[in-house]
Design a protein around this ligand. Structure first.
Ligand code: AMP
Length: 212
C-alpha cells in the first residue's frame, strides 16, 4: 500500500502513521523528522532547512523532493510506504507524480485549528521520532521516551505563534492537495477524535478496503 497522510501540523499524522506502519509492516517516511535529524547532525541540509522550520514556513521544494526521491528508491519501500508530511504543496505532489510513483490512497486527518493549538502546547517529542502529549498520550515515565529511553523535548516550532503560522501555511499551501487528490478519486477523510485509539480505529477501518 502506497499511502499519503495529509493533515494540519499536530493533527496526529505521526501517531497514526506509527499505527499504520505496525499494521501493514510498511515504513513511515516523515520529512519533518528527517529534517530535524539533519539539523541535530549539523548537516548542510539541516542548516538550509532550520530558518524555514523555525519560522513555520515550508522548506524549499528541492530539499524535500530530494529526500523523498532517495527514500522511495530504497529497498525498504518495496512493499509500500506511508508519506507523513509530504507532499505539502501542489508542486511537491506534481514532483511525486513525475517520479512515476503510484499512490493508492490519500488519507486526510481533519482536526479544527483551535484543537490543534491546544494539542501542540502539550506535545513532547523524542529524537527517535516518537511523539507524546502530556494529557492525551503521556509516556509511561514523565519526560522519557517509552521506545528508546531518551529525554523528551518540546519542538522549537511548537510555540503558539509559530503554530499559528504553520496552520496558515497549511491552509494556503497544503489544503489544496485535498482537491488535487479527490479529483483523482484517491481522497479518504477521517475526523480526528479526542482519544488517539478512536482515531486509530477509524483510520484502520477506512484503510481495510484498500488491502490487497
Ligand atoms: P512536521 O514535523 O511534519 O510538522 O514538519 C516540521 C517542519 O518541517 C514544517 O513546518 C516545515 O518547515 C518542514 N517540512 C516538513 N515537511 C515538509 C515538506 N514536505 N515541504 C516543506 N517543508 C517541510
Amino acid at each position: 500500500m502506497n499511502l499519503i497522510l495529509l493533515g494540519a501540523p499536530g493533527a496526529g499524522k505521526g501517531t497514526q502513521s506509527e499505527k499504520i506502519s505496525e499494521r501493514y509492516g510498511i515504513p513511515a517516511i516523515a520529512t519533518g523528522d528527517i529534517l530535524r535529524k539533519a539539523i541535530q547532525e549539523g548537516t548542510e541540509m539541516g542548516k538550509a532547512a532550520k530558518s524555514y522550520m523555525d519560522a513555520g514556513r515550508l522548506v524549499p521544494d528541492e530539499v524535500v523532493i530530494g529526500i523523498i526521491r532517495d527514500y522511495l528508491a530504497s529497498d525498504a519501500c518495496r512493499n509500500g510506504f506511508i508519506l507523513d508530511g509530504f507532499p505539502r504543496s501542489i508542486p511537491q505532489a506534481e514532483a511525486l507524480d513525475a517520479m512515476g510513483i503510484r499512490i493508492d490512497v490519500v488519507l486526510s486527518l481533519e482536526v479544527p485549528d483551535e484543537k490543534i493549538v491546544e494539542r501542540m502546547s502539550g506535545r513532547r517529542v523524542c529524537s527517535c521520532g516518537a511523539s507524546y502529549h502530556v494529557t492525551y498520550k503521556p509516556p509511561k515515565t514523565e519526560g522519557v521516551c517509552d521506545k528508546c529511553g531518551a529525554a523528551l523535548y518540546i519542538r522549537d516550532d511548537d510555540a503558539e505563534e509559530t503554530v499559528r503560522r504553520r496552520l496558515a501555511t497549511f491552509h494556503a499551501q497544503t489544503e489544496p492537495l485535498k482537491e488535487y487528490y479527490s479529483s483523482r478519486g484517491l481522497l479518504l477523510t477521517v475526523q480526528g477524535q479526542e482519544e488517539v485509539a478512536d482515531t486509530t480505529a477509524l483510520v484502520l477501518g477506512a484503510l481495510r478496503r484498500f488491502e490487497a
